[in-house]
Design a binder for this molecule. Structure first.
Ligand code: ADE
Length: 235
């Protein structure tokens, strides 16, 4: 059997359509998370809801790596849009992720700069796999307008402040912010697993986000899941 594709989403709404569409074979629990093995459009997958935040999502990626040896890990879900052209309902696919809240500036590092095990030099960006991202991008452009490719900024913060959103764009060139992609890309880099991050915009990381997020999260999350199902066979 071909190695599975791991699919991680933080909230139920971000994975439920994928779980519903799977031919489920087995559910195993590791680190208090449920890992659903089976096929999606005939492709072997392991899907888990990892809960919100960088630590939960990094742990889930490590469990996937250790127990399921996936050939790729995909993170899907919603995000706040932070670039000036990024609107609610748009799709953002990560070229790379950053961990925007990692701050060792007192030691002379720029914001987001990370030390990684086994590396001499710190890294600023956590790269996503070029082939996987390209397949997602082509699939997205067939289905939707408003598709963007660039940096996604992750941190343990729901951003609902226009100034913070602007800072993420100015500092990292980020097009979207969320709370898991960077840590999943981080775990994938350490474990040498190709990864991709696919997000649809639920709000604009500004003062309206507290209202926009609950209003648009479900329909935006559904768009990401529809897109993933449409491209999974090409990954
Ligand atoms: N996920 C969706 N919207 C977000 C926001 N504004 N900040 C962080 N994560 C998000």
């Amino acid at each position: 059997m071909k190695a599975p594709i791991g699919i991680l989403g933080a909230m139920a709404v971000e994975v439920e359509a994928i779980l519903a569409a799977m031919d489920l074979r087995e559910v195993q629990e590791h680190s208090s998370m449920k890992f659903h093995s089976g096929t999606l459009s005939g492709v072997e997958c392991v899907v888990a809801q990892c809960s919100v935040g960088k630590v939960n999502s990094a742990l889930s990626a490590q469990v996937l790596a250790d127990f399921y040896h996936p050939r790729a890990i995909l993170n899907i879900g919603v995000a706040g849009g932070v670039g000036p052209q990024v609107r609610i309902g748009d799709v953002v696919i990560a070229r790379a992720c950053v961990e925007h809240d990692c701050d060792s500036s007192a030691l002379g590092y720029s914001m987001g700069m990370l030390d990684l095990p086994g590396r001499e030099e710190p890294v600023a960006e956590l790269p996503c796999d070029a082939h996987l991202s390209q397949m997602l991008l082509e699939g997205a452009e067939k289905l939707y307008s408003g598709v963007h490719f660039g940096v996604i900024a992750s941190g343990d913060q729901f951003v609902a402040d226009r100034e913070k959103g602007k800072w993420l764009y100015d500092t990292f060139g980020a097009l979207a912010c969320e709370m898991e992609g960077g840590s999943i890309a981080h775990a994938c880099l350490i474990n040498q697993i190709p990864c991709a991050v696919l997000r649809t915009i639920s709000d604009n990381a500004n003062d309206d986000s507290k209202v926009d997020f609950p209003t648009f999260a479900a329909q935006s999350a559904q768009k990401a899941q529809t897109l993933l199902q449409s491209v999974i066979r090409s990954l």
